[in-house]
Ligand binder design. Structure first.
Ligand code: ADQ
Length: 463
């Protein structure tokens, strides 16, 4: 079998920081004698051109360093101040600085130059996420003829949002240099198709700049998942139980409503707290009976829009506390730090309701992890944004429009009042979907499609 090379912005860290993707791909990489390629996390004045190999917990990793300026323009700049907000339809939060694009391309060229000498002709390359859209182009410009696949972890934007991105046509041309482009959800494939169809030369006569030939690129949805059975085991592990005991002492008989997210404006955190405020305002019987815990460690906090989201959330939590707290009852706790997976699994299991209400999200793995961690005899309820990719596979959730805080407040009420038999029925369907779409199945499906010998199945869109 040909080797597999996985490429992402950051190479996986050691231990629990590795994340689900690294854990899922470790086995495949070992079986296929491949390696993981990416940025080392180091910023230096004069980076080596060649990648360094390292063994990280049994995973073979090849890394390069970057300069501070290149990294800034590529990562905080073009990737996270232009692509991330635009792909999440938050053009109001995008900052456009023209020179960032050069840094973005420069880093992609550096990735390609350092990776190319490590490749064998039949290696299969799997590139991850929006930071690296140009990588196949740059590799092909250097002569690579390998099968190269790309997976977009975030949503694909509508055409209007895409047109607002500087150099969007170059980026789409970059995507057309991949053999396979995978997206999280069918809605993303539909948005891509809409773009591909409308920029065809016939509809834009005389504008050759706009036409991108996608005829050699296969595009399809491959919804990512977690490992729900691993979360089921973790949720009753000693570390999880310790967290549960700690929380039970504070909660006494109150029902726990839980949110777990990176602190990011796409996650709809102020709207979520506002919905909770409305629950308490509209239903006084829940006061002293419920407690909301929002866990949200800061991320990308050098970017102004992230600091503003953090301030907005602080203000919203303060308002709810000021309005409803009593000397012996706090309506909510807001924790700005990350927890290990066992502690999270414990919190998931204890929570009667999980509020997963992003304004827009590629998939949302917290929804999967919550489902995996439930007690089958007494499961909690998932309140899920219809704008998360997860909504396409989880029909057992209560689906909400996260912009409509009245609707989310009502969904919360329904979830808190839901009888046991309905909770079991819904959770059974959710767990079935989480297992069917687990992370191993996701990787296997994508790689099977990318591997040269296989033929395309039904539901494929050849563009
Ligand atoms: P993210 O935007 O980071 O990922 P998500 O899918 O929810 O969003 O993944 C977050 C991960 O971080 C989960 O595994 C969760 O357990 C963990 N996490 C969150 N808060 C934590 C905390 N306080 N402590 C510890 N761990 C925490 C991007 C896309 C998503 C897509 C994923 C995977 O934006 O839409 O689902 O990639 O493709």
């Amino acid at each position: 079998m040909s080797r597999l090379i996985v490429v992402s912005n950051r190479t996986p860290g050691k231990g629990p920081a590795a994340g689900g993707l690294a854990i899922a791909l470790r086995k495949t990489l070992a079986e296929r004698e491949g390696f993981w390629f990416g940025w080392s996390g180091r910023l230096v004045d004069q980076p080596d051109r060649e990648a360094r190999f390292e063994d990280i917990d049994g995973l073979s990793v090849a890394q390069i360093d970057l300069t501070r300026d290149d990294h800034h323009d590529y990562y905080a700049g073009f990737s996270n101040s232009i692509l991330w907000p635009s792909f999440h339809l938050r053009l109001d939060l995008a900052t456009i600085e023209a020179h960032w694009y050069e840094g973005y391309r420069r880093v992609n060229v550096q990735f390609a130059r350092a990776l190319l000498p490590l490749l064998k002709p039949d290696d299969v390359i799997w590139v991850h996420d929006y930071h690296l859209m140009p990588l196949a182009s740059e590799l092909r410009n250097l002569g690579a003829r390998n099968r190269i696949g790309f997976y977009l972890h975030i949503p694909f934007p509508t055409s209007d949002a895409l047109y607002a991105i500087p150099h969007h046509n170059d980026l789409m041309r970059d995507l057309s240099r991949y053999d396979l482009v995978g997206m999280q959800a069918k809605r993303d494939v539909a948005a891509f198709t809409e773009f591909a169809d409308h920029q065809s030369p016939s509809s834009l006569s005389g504008n050759p700049l706009k036409s991108v030939d996608f005829s050699r690129t296969e595009v399809d949805s491959f919804p990512i998942g977690s490992d729900p059975d691993a979360f089921a085991r973790l949720s009753v592990s000693p570390a999880a139980t310790k967290m549960v005991k700690r929380m039970e002492r504070v909660l006494r008989e109150q029902k726990l409503i839980l949110g777990v997210d990176r602190l990011d404006y796409s996650k709809g955190l102020p709207q979520r707290v506002e919905a909770y405020e409305k629950l308490l305002a509209n239903n006084s019987r829940f006061r002293r009976q419920v407690h909301m815990l929002q866990v949200a460690p800061p991320s990308r906090d050098t970017i102004k829009e992230y600091q503003e989201t953090s301030d907005a959330l602080d203000a919203m939590c303060g308002r709810v506390m000021g309005r409803f707290a009593e000397p012996d009852w706090q309506p909510l706790t807001y924790v700005k730090r990350a927890y290990g997976q066992p502690s999270l699994a414990g919190l998931y299991r204890l929570a009667k309701v999980a509020l997963v209400t992003p304004l827009r999200d590629g998939m949302n793995l917290v929804a999967h992890e919550y489902v995996g961690s439930q007690n089958p005899a007494d499961p909690g309820v998932l309140v899920l944004s219809r704008f998360a990719g997860a909504a396409e596979i989880f029909d057992g959730a209560i689906e909400v429009n996260p912009f409509d805080t009245d609707e989310t407040a009502e969904a919360l009420r329904i979830a808190l009042d839901m009888p046991l038999d309905e909770r079991i029925d819904r959770w059974t369907r959710l767990m079935h979907a989480a297992r069917e779409h687990n992370v191993d199945a996701w990787a296997a499906r994508f790689l099977e499609r990318l591997a040269p010998a296989t033929t395309a199945g039904s539901g494929t869109r050849d563009i």
